[in-house]
Design a protein around this ligand. Sequence first.
Ligand code: SF4
Length: 476
Amino acid sequence: MATYEMGRQPFGLASPAAWLRRAGIAVEVFDLSRQPLNETQVMEAVRGADLIAIHLPMHTATRLAMQLAPRLKELNGSAHLAAYGLYAPLNARFLRAHGFASVLGGEFEEELCRLAVALRDGRVEGEREAAEAGQSVPRLAFVPPERVGLPPLSRYAQLEQEGRAAKLVGYTEASRGCKHHCRHCPIVPVYQGQFRVVAPEVVLADIAQQVEAGAQHITFGDPDFLNGPTHALRVVRGLHARFPEVTYDATIKVEHLLQHAELLPELQATGCALITSAVESFDDTVLERLQKRHTRADVERAVELVRRHGIALNPTLVAFTPWTSLESYQRMLDALQRLELEAQVAPIQLAVRLLLPEGSGLLELGREEGWLGEFNARQLSYEWRHTDSRVDELCLRVQELVQTATAPGTAVANSVAATRERIFAAVRNLTRAVESVAETPAEAEEDQQAAPLAAAAGVVLPARATIPYLNEPWFC
Ligand code: SF4
């Protein structure tokens, strides 16, 4: 069962479903972000299940699963409730308190099978212990995911390119985990600098079944697509050879974009339409605290590089951190505008506040620096307060503004680019209202010297109306 996966048809259901069926277990898969629990088929399956397993790939999914647990228990008190996926081990303590008997790790398929077989064979207790103890990330021999029973791709996020018909989007994963150690990243405590690959033939089989189901574009959900560049190239070469008309998007960190710049022409030639990159901040102090291994100057080089290869960039941000000041937030808006990224940044990114889940590499720093608060079990995050209360106030007001401006039914401008630009301008006005920011002469000069990078580099930008984007906003 899935609760929320950012508008993607869940790999985290399709992959374990294939493993479980191979082990002789009857499985039904439900994505509650697309089908309600009170649908007859869902209710019947829940009432008749021996094991109900919920995939937790992200924070929002975990909070929704905790809200869901009492209702599942009410419907079927004898079912074994399990949580699996990246956020499960991080939140094991709270998941158990909410009735989850088993909590499985990041590489979960084998463990989930073992648990299901044990339950079927009446060996629950011993295996439950084994499953709970499983915090490791074993190297699994993946099998092609089975997507039978999931809602059709037309019910999920689509790739919008203004002026053209929206594309149906499939979703797969060519790797999980990450070899980096960014301090704020929830992957680090689970994978501890390791990543695991899905064999190219398995990835391509998964893509093929989604193309068969109508996908015209594929999202690779790997935390970083270039953790293993050779593997990534094998996958996209295979994709392009077999389905030359299918485009794709992937997430690639700034450091990898620069380090593997020579791969960008091939990514573009094999159909890469969009790269999501965790820019996080334009403030070198913040970037250093997060141990992102890139600087503001690197971000600017990466933006120019990706553009030069005709690929759209979707930057993600951690806009509010304990080290963000009113001035640095204003400078972030200035930088986004100067780099002509206002229409490429999803408005929610301007409002993202640093999350501190259990196990975050920032907890120690927060204690040392004195800004870390108590763990909020409802939010599944440690609280933190900025030393300048105006920054917290700005954060709250930007969140309210973005929420109101993007709420369903809100009047929008005649294009997404225009809507985003309008929200960006409103955030800018709000920031000025919270404090009229006085730039230091040095900063003003720096911003002027850095004149529109693309223009300086002679880059022809894609027309705004053609910038592709996925029509489900990003939430952690
Ligand atoms: S590169 Fe991305 S996925 Fe890897 S640790 Fe850093 S934030 Fe996490």
